[in-house]
Ligand binder design. Structure first.
Ligand SMILES: *Cc1c(COP(=O)(O)O)cnc(C)c1O
Length: 416
């Protein structure tokens, strides 16, 4: 959102207060132009013969967002069979979807095989079972490079005792499985965590994959995962994607020359592509002045956006209704019956009851982690693209809350 003549706008001059009026609040708004900008940055950062960016759709899985990324030329990274199905529904070709589950059984993987998508396996037990059942289906394997990275322990997934990936120390076992089952390994993958700042982390992970790759003669691609850090407030540092791209590209091209084939270089960002494109609009229900604090209580809570409470994530909060008001200090809280604080002692232009606040960086891991806690409805979602706005998910209703609830016969008379 940008400020012009004392008013906030989304790309294409779309007025967020109009959206608030038309769609009601709380509301998730996604700016497609920002998604496009981030996708283009990613593609342009790499100088290799074959590059593919697979959007990690667990960050934001509305099928319209998936279709938008498809229109940019992206592939899709999925972690469940349901995400695979959403991707197909959005129009992706099966070959452009990679399925990277963790801790699922062979049965679910079999469903993905039947749908024709690429399979990425992250443990030796399933690799062996897979090889016995589907020796003619080429697979990718997820390597754990044992790199400690990322913003916090919940999102760092590549370290030594992480549950993700096959340890690179277990390669002899992998080769034994490949040999006895006749499996073809078409790709190698790593994903070390979220919120990584340092290009060195990728480069050292890359070296480990290059090393392992030499022993797999049938590779088509190497997937370096994701975990890029984005800015959450002004002046915040972010992964320098351009520097990373230049350095990885050089090294990758050199590797391919030695390998004797141009492999596809894959990245699979979620947060980098959508975080900054999301804006969560909520109305201020109440201003509550205590002896120590001024609380602004909004018409939402951890049921809609849990990252501040779950990960201690910092999300900038702006007052869309009063951009030029005098700055005061507020603690912005939700309406859930446990502590759900969006921001503590933030300097924000004067907030009045009924004002519209916007929580920034609400594109990644916000709607997809929302719930019905306290039996509240999940909000609507709107996509803004090329100057127009589109409703892409309706606000829930009482019907949605009751949809799968079944009244047991012993309570049937209560209902009537
Ligand atoms: C979550 C995930 C990603 C995306 O991570 P971001 O930090 O959102 O970019 C990529 N690959 C895999 C396998 C994931 O699980």
């Amino acid at each position: 959102m940008y400020l012009e003549n004392g008013k906030y706008y989304l790309s294409g001059g779309v007025d967020p207060l109009n959206l608030a009026q038309n769609y009601q609040l709380p509301l998730y708004v996604y700016d497609g132009a920002i998604m496009k900008r981030q996708y283009d940055r990613m593609i342009q950062a790499f100088d290799v013969p074959k590059i593919k960016v697979n959007y990690a759709c667990k960050a934001l899985s509305n099928i319209n967002v998936l279709s938008l990324f498809k229109s940019f030329g992206a592939g899709l990274d999925t972690v469940s069979i349901q995400e695979v199905e959403l991707g197909l529904k959005a129009g992706f070709e099966p070959g452009d979807i990679i399925y990277t589950p963790n801790g699922v059984n062979l049965e679910e993987i079999g469903e993905a095989v039947a749908l024709g998508v690429r399979i990425n396996i992250d443990n030796t037990s399933i690799l062996e079972q897979f090889g016995q059942a589907y020796s003619n289906i080429p697979v990718c394997i997820r390597i754990n490079p044992h790199i400690m990275a990322g913003g916090n322990s919940k999102i760092s997934v590549g370290h030594i005792d992480s549950k993700f990936g096959i340890s690179f120390h277990q390669m002899p076992l992998v080769h034994r499985i490949v040999k006895t089952t006749g499996l073809k390994i078409e790709g190698l993958h790593m994903h070390t965590g979220s919120g990584i700042l340092d290009p060195e982390v990728f480069l050292s992970g890359a070296e480990i994959l290059f090393n392992i790759s030499k022993e797999f003669p049938d590779l088509d691609y190497i997937d370096f995962g994701s975990g890029f850090k984005v800015p959450y407030k002004e002046g915040d540092v972010e992964t320098n994607i351009e520097e990373l791209g230049a350095r990885i590209s050089d090294r990758f091209n050199e590797f391919c020359r030695n390998y004797g084939k141009d492999l596809t270089l894959i990245f699979e960002p979620g947060k980098f592509l959508v975080s900054e494109a999301g804006f969560f609009l909520a109305k201020v229900n109440v201003i509550k002045q205590t002896t120590s604090t001024v609380f602004a209580g909004i018409d939402s809570g951890l049921n809609h956006l849990i990252r501040p409470m779950f990960y201690d994530a910092y999300h900038q909060i702006i007052n869309v209704s009063n951009p030029e008001g005098k700055g005061r200090f507020y603690t912005v809280v939700g309406y859930i019956c446990e502590t759900d604080t969006f921001g503590v002692n933030r300097r924000i232009p004067e907030i009045r009851e009924e004002d519209v606040l916007c929580i920034q960086n609400a594109g990644a891991y916000c709607f997809t982690m929302s719930s019905n806690y306290n039996s509240r409805f999940r909000p609507a979602e709107v996509l803004v693209y090329e100057g127009k706005d589109y409703l892409i998910r309706k606000r829930e209703t009482m019907e949605d809350l009751l949809r799968n609830q079944v009244v047991a016969p012993i309570f049937e008379k209560v209902e009537s």
